[in-house]
Ligand binder design. Structure first.
Ligand SMILES: C[S@@+](CC[C@H](N)C(=O)[O-])C[C@H]1O[C@@H](n2cnc3c(N)ncnc32)[C@H](O)[C@@H]1O
Length: 205
């Protein structure tokens, strides 16, 4: 079953701030300095779209952004964001279903992959991989387990909550880092947040 965050759109940001404070935001904003001026950027699973405003604070003009979000309520909130003078193409669909040009300088996948089973991750990862330029940058932020007991507790609680509310398919964290390694990506910048539970990485091939 495909994840559908429609039901959570109106409280998602507030709830995530209550649980994680600013960690989810800081982890993603940390990566944005890597986005070159005048680049062609793909954002997949941007949620309520606050990342568009953060990106536009850094580059008020010159970006050509394709913003793909499957949940229409998330998309409606995203379309109200201040994008300064950048150009944004909004696509309300699953990233793996759409045909796009294959010349993105940067792709951003913020907390997208944790929704998926290994099987879906494989498919979605391969699709996004095919859209990134050979020398492009892939900015990925997600949860990771580093052996602390409370990470498992939080993760299980989140999976259960979002399964009930949004019907997400995952009930365990897929091996996200392994996908990047197997596809030949190398980490050029990395930082962890919230006691290592959140990892934000810049990958290149
Ligand atoms: C966990 S939320 C993260 C939202 C946002 N990136 C943030 O950090 O606040 C995952 C988002 O990905 C979207 N999503 C899930 N599967 C998707 C897919 N296959 N294609 C595009 N968006 C998807 C969901 O609708 C949801 O808004």
């Amino acid at each position: 079953m495909a994840a559908n965050y429609n039901n959570s759109a109106w409280f998602y940001d507030r709830l995530s701030r209550i649980v994680y404070g600013k960690a989810l935001v800081n982890a993603q904003v940390y990566l944005l300095k890597h986005v070159p001026a005048n680049s062609n950027v793909l954002i997949a699973g941007g949620g309520t779209g606050w990342i568009l405003e953060e990106l536009s604070n850094i580059h008020p003009t010159g970006l050509n952004i394709t913003y793909v979000e499957i949940a229409e309520h998330m998309m409606a909130l995203s379309q109200k964001r201040n994008i300064a003078s950048n150009k944004v193409t909004f696509i309300n669909d699953a990233i793996e279903n759409i045909v796009l040009s294959t010349d993105f300088d940067v792709v951003i996948t913020p907390f997208l992959f944790d929704n998926f089973t290994e099987q879906t991750l494989e498919k979605v990862f391969a699709h996004i991989h095919s859209l990134l330029k050979r020398d492009g940058l892939w900015l990925n932020t997600d949860f990771q387990l580093t052996g602390k007991w409370w990470q498992q507790v939080l993760l299980k609680t989140m999976f259960l909550f979002f399964k009930v509310i949004c019907g997400i398919e995952a009930s365990r964290l897929p091996a996200i880092g392994r996908r990047f390694t197997e596809a030949g990506y190398k980490v050029v910048d990395r930082k962890t947040f919230f006691g290592d539970f959140i990892v934000t990485e810049v990958y290149t091939r």
